[in-house]
Design a binder for this molecule. Structure first.
Ligand SMILES: C[S@@+](CC[C@H](N)C(=O)[O-])C[C@H]1O[C@@H](n2cnc3c(N)ncnc32)[C@H](O)[C@@H]1O
Length: 241
């Protein structure tokens, strides 16, 4: 029996938890993950012929954070940006479920939903491993690589360390698997020197494991119901990937 206040379409029954709160979903994603990783300022100081950034996400869900990133980049002054977006999902949603959720997200434009779903709907979600598609947007291009399967497998299969991470795998109480030491440590090894990570949880174990993985972890003021959130910066990649 799930909490009566979570509408059926928003419930991830595997974790008895909502994907996110649709009312503030866009603002929340932009604040916690995009601002939390300082993405727009980082891209703004890059030369226009080198505006490339690689991002990892643990928990693709309904693609809300991907949609929020596209929206935020389109609304910025940035052009010629190349984003390499690597995400993972153990329990992929059907395209129609994803549309049902994204349609309710305040601020999420139908154009962005259609662009993502045009490609996502062609993915064989029963097949594990990498699935890729590319989108051309006002800001530039985004290559989306989605691993269907478990998060640690996805991190281990990355060929190089990434610049920024969106850690979004339900709370550690509902889903300890997504916050296990082994996974956070692997994420540290797959983060470039000076790379960052951001998440909504400030749980002590997550802070300690990110610190042990080589990140400088800071608790920052939160948004909405989240009083505090985490931002983390990797000082130096350990060189063992
Ligand atoms: C909070 S939701 C992510 C929301 C998503 N970032 C969005 O913006 O739509 C967390 C997602 O992580 C997935 N997940 C949970 N444990 C996982 C694991 N061990 N490996 C891969 N995905 C997992 C869940 O099925 C769920 O879709």
């Amino acid at each position: 029996m799930h909490s009566p206040e979570i509408p059926e379409y928003l419930l991830n029954k595997h974790y008895n938890d909502r994907y996110f709160d649709v009312i503030d979903a866009f603002e929340e994603a932009k604040y916690i993950f995009i601002q939390g990783n300082n993405l727009i300022p980082r891209l703004s100081v890059m030369d226009s012929d080198q505006r490339v950034i690689s991002i990892g996400e643990t928990g693709f869900g309904a693609g809300r954070t991907l949609a929020a990133l596209i929206d935020e980049l389109n609304k910025s002054d940035l052009l010629d940006v190349k984003v390499n977006y690597n995400s993972v999902e153990l329990h992929p949603l059907e395209a129609r479920q994803m549309r049902e959720i994204l349609n309710q997200v305040k601020g999420c434009s139908p154009q962005i939903v259609n662009a993502i779903l045009e490609h996502y709907s062609k993915i064989d979600i029963t097949k594990s491993g990498w699935h890729s598609f590319s989108l051309l947007e006002r800001f530039g291009s985004i290559d989306v690589n989605l691993w269907i399967g478990e998060a640690l497998e996805m991190v281990q299969s990355l060929k190089y360390p990434l610049d920024a991470w969106f850690l979004d795998g339900h709370g550690p109480k509902q889903n300890p698997q997504m916050w296990r030491t082994e996974l956070l440590s692997a994420i540290g090894r797959k983060t470039a020197s000076g790379g960052t990570a951001a998440t909504f949880t400030v749980a002590g174990q997550v802070r300690r494991d990110l610190t042990d993985a080589g990140f400088l972890v800071t608790r920052c003021s939160g948004i909405g119901a989240k009083k505090t959130v985490l931002q983390a910066k990797l000082i130096k990649n350990p060189g063992i990937i």
